[in-house]
Design a protein around this ligand. Structure first.
Ligand code: HPA
Length: 265
């Protein structure tokens, strides 16, 4: 059986409106959904993710009255070297009917006005990894247009939701660095000159895939640290996991307000 059939059998066949992908330290947000949880291990094509701080389950159900499919964790390029590792999962979201994908991640900030504990709405990205999940895709559909890849209407709606909740939300450019090592201070200086506002190890390949599949995308970073060389704080995965919950509470409020404000389908 394919993933889509297993999901429909266990969680019902009604279409899903939004897909959500939760980043490091944010996986517990899936508990907010009233619905059915399915282990990735039961879903053919879903990633094996060994990254701690992720919760490798798909939860399909209702959040603020909207039918959503929440991926409690993602696989990253740095785990197995495959930038298209999330493609089967995103294809499944598309088959479930998802119109839009809301992505979250943990990131290091370059901007003192977006300190750890704050959130950043991604306006655009820099693919600093040189990798692309569509390499090897044989059809002309691979020539994906990336203007407004972070959907302007979704961005505006998320900004409004943050405003309604009284939560500060700046927007900025996210640079994808392959990881898993963190960046050097010299790399961070280079990325700042190139126009990045934050750096992280995910999201960009998923946005390229979403665009390819015709799913609108928006993304919010939880800032867990100032980028390498910008503060005395020691950057580590432990630190990322410890800091992510600070932003996660705000993120949950923004996502809930966003979903509440969405007109019925
Ligand atoms: N760099 C890359 N990825 C990250 C960082 C960082 O500083 N913080 C959280 N994820």
């Amino acid at each position: 059986m394919e993933a889509i059939d297993i999901i429909r059998e266990r969680a019902g066949a009604e279409p899903v409106r939004f897909g959500l992908i939760l980043g490091s330290g944010l996986g517990h947000l899936s508990a907010a959904v009233e619905g059915v949880a399915i282990d990735y291990a039961d879903l053919p094509g879903f990633p094996e993710t060994g990254v701690s701080g992720h919760n490798p389950k798909l939860v399909v159900g209702l959040l603020e009255g909207q039918r959503v499919a929440v991926l409690g964790g993602r696989a990253h390029y740095y785990e197995h070297g495959d930038p298209a590792v999330m493609r089967p999962a995103l294809e499944t979201l598309k088959a479930l009917g998802a119109e839009a994908l809301l992505l979250t991640n943990a990131a290091g900030s370059f901007r003192p006005d977006i300190p750890p504990g704050d959130l950043m709405l991604i306006r655009d990205h820099l693919n600093f990894s040189g990798r692309n999940p569509l390499i090897g895709e044989p059809t002309d559909a691979r020539f994906v247009n990336m203007v407004d890849a972070y959907d302007p209407m979704l961005r505006a709606a998320l900004m409004r939701a943050a405003g309604d909740e009284g939560i500060a939300l700046e927007d900025g450019v996210y640079a994808w660095y392959s990881g898993p090592s963190f960046e050097t201070p010299a790399e961070i200086r280079a990325l700042r000159i190139l126009g990045a506002d934050a750096v992280g190890m995910s999201t960009v390949p998923e946005v390229i895939l979403a665009r390819f599949l015709g799913i609108k995308a928006a993304a919010i970073s939880t800032i867990t640290n100032m980028a390498a060389g910008m503060s005395d704080e020691k950057i580590s995965h432990e630190h990322t996991k410890a800091m992510a919950p600070l932003g996660a509470a705000k993120l949950e409020r923004i996502l809930r307000a966003f979903l509440r404000a969405c007109p019925p389908p």
